[in-house]
Ligand binder design. Structure first.
Ligand SMILES: O=C(O)CCC(=O)C(=O)O
Ligand SMILES: [Fe+2]
Length: 336
């Protein structure tokens, strides 16, 4: 086993909760486990999901886009600002330091734009695309309200008015088979948002969280991981912890790992400022944040420049760990 990595943290931290339990917010046990995870490690492992992501369909969708560059261009033309299918690390002459993965980024807004700007594209993408959209719709309508409500009660906030779904995303990730990746698959970072759900393929591991200074593996058998990000930490004044994580390598090493990741963030015009006294007395936030002068949209612009560098979609050198350090210095200038 790699130095510094240990298994079994989820058992010792007791952060596992059965997802069926989450369907009923009155379930004290599920709430307590989620609450404990959000306040301590910032990550909860979830088993017994009633609905699984369509992993085989996601893999076929990636293969279709690898094989058909005109289809990939059509898909990217529906969101010219950033594109939808991103494969920067596969380009000839790409930096060997960027994340070794490809992604498909969707959201309710992007799905609308796909339907409106290229009405026959969904059909060209086929049944696999429909299966992905159905999965996303299910998660948006059935699952996210429950986790948002649980996060609200953990942090003493009412998140529902500022989380109307306009700033949520589904990211499909293909950690394609590669025995000797030149860089991490997904370099270490904290997510910028309120919380994230990583749906795993239950076959190939790789996701790790830094817990008390040590990288701990999420077992491949875990269905999904709920973790909290910077917006969650700021709004709750650090009552909720933003969890640092990465995918350094896939386990087994050369295997293909496929994930469906749902990011939940406050609406872009929300003021990014602590709105509860639940957390730390003096968390050290920068003055503009304490005064409510930075919106979620402005923060997203600042932080997304850094992650696009790591993804190879923005020029600039990638130094592992630097992204998280830069964000931390921005948010908590006196503590860095
Ligand atoms: O795919 C994973 O396991 C994690 C991905 C992740 O952390 C991210 O995209 O922010
Ligand atoms: Fe992440």
């Amino acid at each position: 086993m790699e130095k510094g990595i240990s298994e079994g943290w989820y058992r010792s931290r007791d952060a596992v909760c059965a997802f069926q339990d989450l369907a009923s917010v009155s379930s004290q046990e599920a709430h307590d486990k989620l609450s404990d995870a959000a306040k301590t490690t910032g990550a909860a492992l979830v088993s017994n999901l009633p609905t699984r992501p369509p992993i085989a369909a996601i893999q076929r969708l990636f293969e279709k886009l690898y094989a058909d560059s005109s289809l990939a261009s059509r898909l990217n033309a529906t969101y010219p600002k950033r594109g939808v299918f991103k494969d920067a690390c596969l380009a000839p002459g790409a930096s060997t330091k960027i994340d070794q993965k490809t992604t498909i980024d969707l959201s309710i807004g992007r799905l609308q734009s796909i339907r409106q700007s290229d009405p026959t594209l969904a059909e060209a993408l086929g049944q696999d695309f429909d299966d992905v959209v159905s999965f996303y719709t299910y998660i948006e309508t059935e699952v996210l309200p429950i986790v948002t409500r649980a996060t609200s009660s953990i942090s003493g906030l009412d998140l529902e008015p500022t989380h109307n779904g306009t700033n949520n995303h589904l990211r499909l990730i293909d950690y394609f088979s590669c025995p000797e990746p030149s860089a991490p698959r997904c370099g270490e970072h904290r997510d910028y948002n309120t919380y994230t759900i990583v749906f795993q393929d239950r076959a190939v591991g790789g996701l790790e969280f830094e817990i008390d200074g040590t990288w701990k593996r999420v077992p491949a058998s875990v269905d999904a991981v709920i973790s909290w990000g910077w917006c969650g930490a700021i709004l709750s004044n650090d009552a909720v912890k933003a969890a640092k994580h990465r995918v350094l390598r896939t386990w087994p090493l050369a295997s293909r790992r496929t994930t469906a990741v749902v990011f939940v963030a406050p609406d872009l015009d929300t003021a990014l400022t602590p709105v509860t006294r639940a957390g730390t007395g003096d968390a050290g936030w920068r003055q503009e944040i304490l005064e409510g002068r930075i919106t979620v949209g402005a923060f997203k612009e600042i932080i997304s420049k850094k992650w696009r560098r790591r993804d190879g979609n923005e020029p600039g050198e990638v130094v592992q760990g630097a992204q998280d350090q830069e964000v931390q210095e921005f948010l908590k200038p006196l503590q860095s």
